[in-house]
Design a protein around this ligand. Structure first.
Ligand code: ADP
Ligand code: NA
Length: 342
């Protein structure tokens, strides 16, 4: 679960928004449902990545627990998937060091992430004075830890959004560099790009729904109450044309609502537009609000139950997950140590 911009949000929460849910989490649940016998799935909360920006300890503790509870609440099943905190499996960081001995500085400095973080121009280089003064090593080497997260479990496929393709490409490149030097240890991981359409901001429907937008009404988060969900949809920015049509480029606001409905009802956007053609915008909004509220209710109830639980259930699931992940990572580390003469 991405924690990149955790510290930049006003009310940081580990609870994802509807875009994360439809674009990523729900796709992972589908992967779990469709996984063939013998396929193993690993999901980690990347609490070490969160440290690349200054964190308040109590806030981080809360964030990682919320994120973990969310994975279970949306339907990832610890019996079928290995779910753990990254920091509970030290081999991730051990492999990070090893990979950093083969990872290319040039490649890393061409990646956009640290430039965006520091708000430097795209053409900034490592020689740039300002960049050098502010740059933290962990922020720069963030992709190396990402590569380790993937390669330590000998992953063959990684579900990512289109925006994260670049980072997976770095992992593939680094795995190849390692294999070239030490022998074929790592499978080269393939991207599983989410087929889901982007959910757009409710307030600015030409940009994607995101945790980093200041206006909280621009996104629905998975723990919003039914009332809050209906209200946010009701005040979503649309146009004032009288009929309902599906035209993403010309009518992004209405089309976004249709797309959301299409996700939940499993009906094409065109069919929804036909069905609602002469309905009022208000009734479309009511229907979309109800549908989202209905679907998220079960997730929300499970989430609240997990967060309120006093029996140590979450902790025990996390420990079992970490144990299984450590065992799997040990196999990889043994091969690496043999290959490298350690
Ligand atoms: P954000 O844009 O809110 O910072 P992240 O970058 O943390 O979201 O993305 C986490 C995952 O959710 C990624 O797989 C990303 O592709 C997916 N995702 C994020 N926003 C959306 C969206 N609006 N619609 C569909 N998928 C999204
Ligand atoms: Na992002």
């Amino acid at each position: 679960l991405d924690s990149e911009r955790f510290a930049e949000r006003k009310n940081p929460t580990g609870v994802p928004h509807l875009g994360n849910y439809l674009g990523a989490l729900n796709e992972w649940v589908k992967l779990q449902q469709n996984a063939t016998e013998g396929t193993r799935l690993f999901f980690s909360i990347v609490d070490l990545h969160a440290l690349t920006v200054p964190q308040d300890a109590a806030e981080l503790k809360k964030w990682r627990k919320e994120a973990f509870a969310t994975l279970l609440a949306v339907g990832l099943d610890p019996k079928r998937s290995t779910i753990f905190y990254q920091s509970a499996v030290p081999a991730h960081t051990e492999l990070m060091w090893i990979l950093s001995t083969v990872a290319s500085m040039g490649y890393l400095s061409r990646m956009t992430q640290w430039k965006t973080k520091l708000q430097l121009p795209e053409d900034a280089t490592l020689d740039d004075q300002t960049a050098r003064a502010q740059l933290r090593l962990g922020l720069f080497s963030y992709p190396v830890l990402q590569a380790a997260d993937i390669l330590i479990h000998r992953a063959t496929h990684v579900p990512v959004g289109e925006d994260q393709r670049q980072h997976l490409e770095f992992s593939r490149y680094t795995a190849n560099s390692f294999n070239h030097l030490y022998g074929p240890i790592f499978p080269i991981p393939e991207a599983l790009i989410s087929p889901a359409k982007r959910v757009m901001s409710l307030k600015e429907p030409t940009s994607k729904m995101s945790k980093s937008h200041a206006d909280e009404r621009s996104r629905i988060i998975l723990t919003d109450s039914p009332d809050v969900i209906r209200k946010k949809v009701k005040v979503a920015l649309t146009d004032s044309e009288p009929s309902i049509t599906y035209e993403p480029a010309r009518r992004p606001g209405v089309s976004n609502l249709i797309e959301i409905l299409s996700h939940f009802e499993g009906v094409s956007c065109e069919d929804i537009a036909t069905e609602y053609h002469s309905a009022s915008l208000r009734s479309l909004k009511e229907h979309v609000g109800d549908r989202i509220a209905f679907h998220l209710q079960e997730i929300r109830e499970r989430y609240v139950g997990l967060m309120d639980d006093k029996t140590g259930y979450l902790e025990s699931v996390a420990e079992d997950g970490a144990e299984a992940a450590r065992a799997n990572a040990r196999v990889t580390m043994r091969q690496i140590r043999d290959a490298m003469g350690l």
